[in-house]
Design a binder for this molecule. Structure first.
Ligand code: ATP
Ligand code: MG
Length: 255
């Protein structure tokens, strides 16, 4: 589904990510962990076109064909089927919960601006479908009751779920989640784990997940990648990662 080859991202003199390689298979949940500042979010930013890598490439294979998406614009990459959520939640705060999801649908809109401004029948039909789809997604994330509230008025955990619902509205094949459990209490965190597995099945997703909550990553990932100071230091199944000395050192430091 996704192959990152020998990717380096420099910011001036700072090497945020150094010769990073990764392979994500269709249907997998892959975890990306590492201490603060290790370069995790930078990898997501490169995949989604926020940054063009200094070196290396990103290849996306939503179907049979391989698409080199290195350096494409974020909107082009989203259209191809990669969507993300942000470490610092980014919602349209002043809009309603429903409208936040509704906006996600626009990426798949077939009607042109002309028919939408004039509200021609083909647009109205699409709009109705988008509305129904948005309601369905809100029901999925258990936010239907809050659909008319402003996004900012929701508690943290619900805002995170709303962001995921908006991402799902773009119909991604690969979903990138940047610390979805941040700020959640243990109960919400457990629910989130079930939720991620559920949407993966229902929407036939592949998921790449950055997370500091170890019980989340260890609990749901098929494979884990560990980054430290921009370098991939380990890769394997959760049990292998837990026993890996370099990983333990990176997290706990060595005397
Ligand atoms: N736009 C930028 N300009 C300059 N330096 C940057 C930029 N983006 C990231 N960095 C630097 O790259 C390094 C990696 O940052 P990144 O945000 O990818 O880490 P992270 O693993 O996501 O950390 P955290 O767990 O705290 O979210 C840091 O040293 C950061 O300061
Ligand atoms: Mg980060």
């Amino acid at each position: 589904m996704l192959r990152i080859g020998n990717m380096t991202m420099k910011f001036g003199g700072v090497i945020a990510v150094n010769q990073f390689d990764a392979n994500i298979q269709k249907g997998e949940i892959v975890g990306l962990i590492g201490p603060n500042g290790a370069g995790k979010t930078t990898i997501f930013n490169v995949i989604t076109g926020v940054y063009k890598p200094t070196e290396g490439n990103v290849v996306f294979s939503p179907n049979e064909e391989e698409l080199d998406i290195t350096g494409l614009r974020p909107d082009e990459i989203a259209k191809l089927g990669i969507c993300r959520t942000f470490q610092n939640i980014r919602l349209f705060n002043e809009l309603s919960v429903l409208d936040n999801v509704f906006i996600g649908n626009h990426l798949r809109l077939k009607s042109n601006i002309f028919s939408s401004v004039l509200r021609l029948p083909n647009y109205r039909k699409e709009e109705k479908e988008m509305y129904e789809k948005s309601l369905y997604l809100l029901e999925k994330v258990d936010l239907k009751d809050a659909m008319n509230e402003k996004a900012y008025s929701l508690p943290y955990g619900k805002q995170r779920r709303l962001e995921i619902a908006r991402a799902l509205a773009t119909e991604p094949k690969l979903l990138l989640l940047d610390e979805p459990a941040a700020g959640m209490n243990p109960q919400e965190t457990r629910e989130l784990m079930d939720f991620i597995e559920e949407i993966k099945e229902e929407f036939d997703l592949t998921i790449f997940l950055i997370e500091h909550h170890m019980e989340v990553v260890m609990g749901i990932s098929n494979k884990i990648l560990v980054l430290d100071h921009g370098v991939l230091i380990a890769e394997g199944e959760p049990w292998e990662i837990q026993e890996n000395e370099r990983v333990i050192e990176a997290y706990l430091g060595v005397e």
